[in-house]
Design a protein around this ligand. Structure first.
Ligand SMILES: Nc1ncnc2c1ncn2[C@@H]1O[C@H](COP(=O)(O)OP(=O)(O)OP(=O)(O)O)[C@@H](O)[C@H]1O
Length: 531
């Protein structure tokens, strides 16, 4: 099938259908992550036939008997001078599978029969590798290229998003960048998506890297809360809308929670309830509630003290002008077919963000559940551990229930989650394990590595070991998004990032220029002369 198969080794010692080792050459050995091909005989559709099995190098070891660790340096030098070179090179490889057709679709099957010692190992041709990592036409989205072969593009299965996705990495490893690539592709496919964006990382999605509009600009909407700390000027951007919540829609419990009044402060909470009772039937604002509490605090006794305490907590909320006279409608404004809507929650306290996320997600779910919204919806939740925390953290949030519901039932109603987190050990294990696919970038923290391993059955020990060694923008992808686990260099974004690392050198240079501070480069001689 492949005219120019190049042999790079032979299988030695024990070999199983899952893994084997092969001896290769020192000059030209396949590096770690490289793809190799081994031929095997398997029963496919009732017939035994030869199949080409894709395998991946998981480790490379060189060994020598002559250069023994028991010898001293002089003896080793003598061996070297005598021109003895008995080192050989061994590669460990794991099997990824062979391609077969089932119901007109390409599937990857694992071989059942062992490979045999002595069998040749070939370098896998590019076209063979490509078949594993591509999907026909609109069935795939291009995420990047193979780390080990940059000329082989990697696509994710669009249908793989049906069973939710988790994007996990430590800070700065490239999570938001990767999600940006996915959103670009979803825009191209005309998908409807809502992005929960606590740090205004996605607000420039409508602009290219040079801040120019691109062909999908009109289909990116940004909902900016009045407290946003996002570094963008709405007047210079397209499709920026205000994100607000009608204060009088909040229950007494919601108000107390958002104001940070602990549940056990029942008397203070009651003061809020009493004040709200007096305002019922009116379209009141936070100032009206503060007015009522102030009146109550002027009376005598304990009630006045509780009202005063409630006042002092609530007055801090006033600065969150997100709570106004109008609730931005999910049905009529946020959820627009074929649009990506970014909810910029930056600058709000955790409880306000939590309230907004829970109400927005509940409404999205309702609209899909009832059939009122006819298209599938992708929901990106950045900082997911803050909205759906682990049970062990003993933190309760309003949004965890709806996120767990969507994680468990959403796929039946066409709501698909992309949970993004830098703390997998801090996110609810149930929600994480409902994400059938994981895109995992660099993680060095052992407890986070453990949490990832627990949530993903497909992340074998080999891949686990690779997590700390990934570079920025490199990801291991496992699950239904790909036919076989893959290590990818995520492609460049064409849209502009919102939360990219700042160029500190350039920023300091600008500060020096603006402050007219002289900059001086020290050379070695200068320093010596000063001493
Ligand atoms: N695939 C990539 N190609 C090029 N640059 C990348 C890639 N991925 C990430 N980067 C760069 O690395 C930096 C960190 O990326 P990003 O902001 O996505 O990380 P993060 O994991 O989301 O971090 P945080 O948790 O702090 O938000 C950015 O400056 C970004 O430009």
């Amino acid at each position: 099938m492949y005219s120019s198969l190049r042999q790079v080794g032979r299988i030695v010692e024990e070999a199983t259908p899952e893994s084997f080792i092969f001896v290769t050459t020192k000059q030209d050995h396949p590096p770690k992550y490289e793809y190799v091909l081994v031929k095997s005989r398997e029963v496919v559709a009732g017939e035994e036939r030869e199949v080409d099995v894709l395998c991946q190098v998981t480790g490379v070891v060189s060994r020598s008997d002559a250069y023994s660790s028991r010898l001293d340096l002089e003896s080793l030098e003598r061996i070297h001078e005598a021109g003895i070179d008995d080192a050989n090179l061994l590669c460990a490889a794991r099997t990824l599978g062979y391609l077969a057709e089932e119901d007109g679709r390409k599937v990857v099957l694992m071989p059942r029969r062992a490979f045999f010692p002595g069998n040749p190992v070939y370098l896998a041709p590019d076209d063979f590798v490509r078949e594993f990592f591509s999907y026909p036409g609109e069935e795939g989205i291009r995420i990047g290229s193979l780390v080990s072969r940059r000329n082989v593009d990697v696509y994710l299965s669009v249908n793989g998003f049906r069973r939710h996705v988790a994007v996990i990495a430590q800070t700065g490893a490239g999570k938001s960048y990767t999600v940006g690539v996915i959103l670009e592709e979803l825009l191209r496919l005309g998908a409807t998506a809502v992005v929960i964006d606590p740090h205004a990382d996605y607000v420039f999605l409508s602009r290219d890297r040079d801040m120019r509009r691109h062909e999908y600009s009109d289909r990116v909407l940004v909902f900016r809360n009045p407290n946003s700390t996002g570094r963008y000027d709405p007047s210079q951007m397209d499709n920026v809308h205000e994100l607000t919540v009608k204060f009088s829609d909040l229950s007494a419990e919601d108000v107390a929670r958002i104001a940070g009044i602990p549940e056990k402060w029942t008397n203070v909470r009651k003061a809020i309830r009493d004040a709200l009772d007096k305002l019922r039937g009116r379209d009141y604002t936070i100032d009206d509630l503060l007015g009522e509490l102030e009146k109550m605090s002027r009376g005598g006794g304990k009630e006045a003290a509780y009202a005063s305490s409630a006042y002092n907590h609530l007055v801090k909320l006033r600065k969150f002008s997100v709570f106004g006279r109008y609730t931005t409608s999910v049905k009529d404004e946020i959820l627009k077919p074929g649009h990506v809507s970014v909810l910029d929650l930056s600058g709000l306290n955790d409880a306000s963000q939590d309230y907004i996320v829970s109400t927005v997600l509940e409404e999205i779910y309702r609209l899909r559940y009832s059939g009122e919204f006819r298209y599938p919806v992708f929901v990106v939740v950045e900082e997911a551990h803050r909205f759906v925390p682990s049970k062990a953290s003993k933190r309760s949030t309003m949004s965890s229930e709806i996120i767990n519901t969507i994680a468990a039932e959403g796929r039946k109603f066409g709501v698909f989650l992309i949970l993004v987190t830098q703390r997998p050990s801090k996110i609810d294990a149930d929600a994480l394990s409902q994400c059938n696919s994981q895109i995992i970038l660099r993680i060095t923290n052992p407890s986070d590595q453990r949490a990832v391993a627990e949530a993903s059955e497909r992340l074998g020990e080999d891949l686990m070991r690779d997590l700390p060694g990934l570079n920025v923008g490199e990801a291991i992808i496992v699950g239904e998004l790909t036919r076989v686990p893959v290590v990818v260099k995520v492609r460049r974004r064409f849209t502009r990032e919102g939360g990219a690392d700042i160029d500190l050198v350039a920023e300091l240079r600008r500060a020096r220029e603006e402050l007219s501070l002289a900059s001086r480069t020290y050379r070695g001689e200068d320093l010596l002369s000063e001493v």
